[in-house]
Write a protein that binds this ligand. Structure first.
Ligand SMILES: [Zn+2]
Length: 509
């Protein structure tokens, strides 16, 4: 049986692969590209890891999965809802599979082969591995292994992801050798955390770009990852096809735009109480808590001023650039839903019409389409600095039984440099990304598909194509094997016929 190995590199973009190729950092991946294909893999909208990976392994649209982002809307609030209504390729194939660390696959279910869950496996969970007895094979690695790594500081973070990736591939090698699956898939998610936190050191277009020692270290991490993939492929052996995929790409974050501020300013969202006069004036001049803190820090006056004016109420007069979170606003009863026609919940550019299906809906079924068109018309006036707002209706993006749960509109910046947020009472619609914020990068729609398969030749694929490519790979191989068996049989049959004829003719005694 021919083998297929799929390596997922969460969040890796075509531009990053091109840069790594130019620097000659990834010889293993280069070998796969030279043999086959390097294409763009278009993610789902919005490009979020959980729906993206689940779409990739099932070939299903988020509307069929009932999973549009990490969170689901619950009333006007959000909740984490596990997704179980998907049939991944390992359930539809009659081949032995080894599946490791795909986000959203906790808890693991029995399959023909083995499985270790991935990102979002709860800390301390015991049911992350099937069959559970495999744990004894990887006891050593599990002592130190973690499904995710949080950022503490740059040095510590880099040290930990080097170590965690080493452990991940060590686990992969041990389990692979123990089980010898025909189809193996592993997802490395540390790449996503790395790019969220440290893209500013490698992307020259980032407003926070600064060339320093980390630039080289980040490229070294990808070189190390390439060497781990190379060593693993050596263990798998010769007769193997390789696919390297990502669930989405990455780009630098330039800023955010506050959708609920826009909706409030345009009269679609009603927030109790107006901004105080002095706050409005200060906002106009770009003065807010972040900028004041920055000035005080530069002048080394932060401590002194804070101790002198603490409790004076002065701080309340200075506007908060990041506004008040949507969830705080709901909990504090700041939103007048009876007067609200549209609102944004979940920081993925999700806009909901406050229709009859909502607890305090103000828009009737008959008014729904008209109100949605009004909101679209208004959103079209938003001019993103250096970007372009894309507005999509839910039926343009999703289909399937869960479309009712989808946001009525999804909006995003075409360049993905500006990320939509839900905070209310932001003094400004746009806020630039500032140093000190941990996140300097965010997801982009363009991921990668690298494959040794010569049968693939397009420049662009969709995440949803991968499921079909995997199924076809094994179907074609099975057919080829059957044909080989059949032609073997025919040859023998033919041989016997010849012998019989020769016997009949008396040539053979
Ligand atoms: Zn991801």
């Amino acid at each position: 049986m021919p083998k297929l190995v799929i390596i997922g590199l969460d969040g890796v973009s075509p531009w990053l692969i091109k840069e790594l190729l130019a620097q000659e950092k990834i010889p293993t991946i280069k070998k796969v590209i030279d043999h086959g294909l390097f294409a763009t893999l278009k993610s789902v909208t919005p490009p979020v890891s959980i729906p993206a990976w689940l779409s990739l392994v099932s070939g299903k649209n988020p509307g069929e999965l009932g999973c549009f982002t990490l969170f689901s809307k619950k009333g006007y609030d959000k909740t984490i809802r596990p997704v179980h209504n998907f049939v991944p390729f390992w359930e539809g194939l009659d081949v032995k599979c080894g599946i490791m660390n795909i986000p959203g696959t906790y808890p693991v279910k029995p399959l023909n082969g083995f499985m270790m869950s991935g990102l979002f496996t709860p800390t301390g969970a015991s049911d992350f591995l099937y069959p559970a007895e495999l744990k004894k094979e990887i006891e050593l690695e599990l002592k130190d292994f973690a499904f995710s790594v949080s950022w503490n500081n740059d040095d510590d973070f880099l040290r930990r992801i080097f170590h965690l990736s080493e452990l991940r591939f060590s686990i992969a090698t041990k389990l692979y050798l123990k089980q010898k699956p025909d189809l193996f898939m592993l997802v490395e998610t540390n790449t996503d955390s790395l790019l969220h936190n440290m893209i500013k050191y490698i992307d020259h277009s980032s407003p926070l770009y600064s060339s320093n020692k980390y630039e080289e270290k980040i490229y070294d991490y990808f070189a190390y990852l390439d060497s781990l993939i190379g060593s693993f492929l050596k263990v798998v052996g010769e007769d193997v096809e390789v696919m390297i995929v990502s669930d989405h790409g990455f780009t630098s974050l330039h800023g955010t735009f506050a959708l609920n501020k826009w909706l409030e300013d345009q009269g679609f969202l009603a927030v109790h109480g107006r901004s105080k006069g002095p706050q409005k004036v200060l906002s106009f001049f770009g003065i807010n808590k972040t900028s004041v803190e920055k000035i005080l820090s530069t002048l080394h006056l932060k401590k002194l001023v804070y101790s002198r004016f603490r409790g004076s109420g002065l701080g309340d007069l200075i506007p908060d650039a990041n506004g008040i979170s949507w969830y705080t606003a709901i909990r504090q009863g700041m939103i007048d839903f009876k007067k609200t026609k549209a609102f944004s919940a979940i920081d993925q550019g999700f806009i909901y019409i406050n229709d009859d299906s909502e607890e305090q809906g103000s828009v009737t079924k008959e008014e729904y389409h008209h109100v949605r068109e009004e909101v679209i018309e208004s959103l079209r006036k938003i001019k993103i600095p250096g970007g372009e707002l894309v507005i999509r209706k839910k039926e343009e993006l999703f289909h399937g039984p869960f479309i009712e749960d989808a946001p009525d509109l999804v909006v995003f910046d075409r360049s993905f440099h500006h990320w939509p947020i839900t905070a209310v009472r932001c003094p400004q619609l746009f806020n630039k990304v500032t140093e000190g914020k941990i996140k300097s990068g965010d997801h982009h729609s363009d991921g990668i598909l690298i494959s040794s398969q010569k049968s693939l030749g397009k420049e662009e694929y969709s995440l949803m194509d991968i499921h079909e490519i995997i199924l076809r790979f094994f179907e074609e191989k099975n057919q080829t094997e059957k044909q080989v068996e059949k032609s073997d049989f025919d040859e023998k049959k033919g041989e016997q016929e010849v012998i019989q004829r020769l016997e009949d003719l008396g040539y053979l005694g």
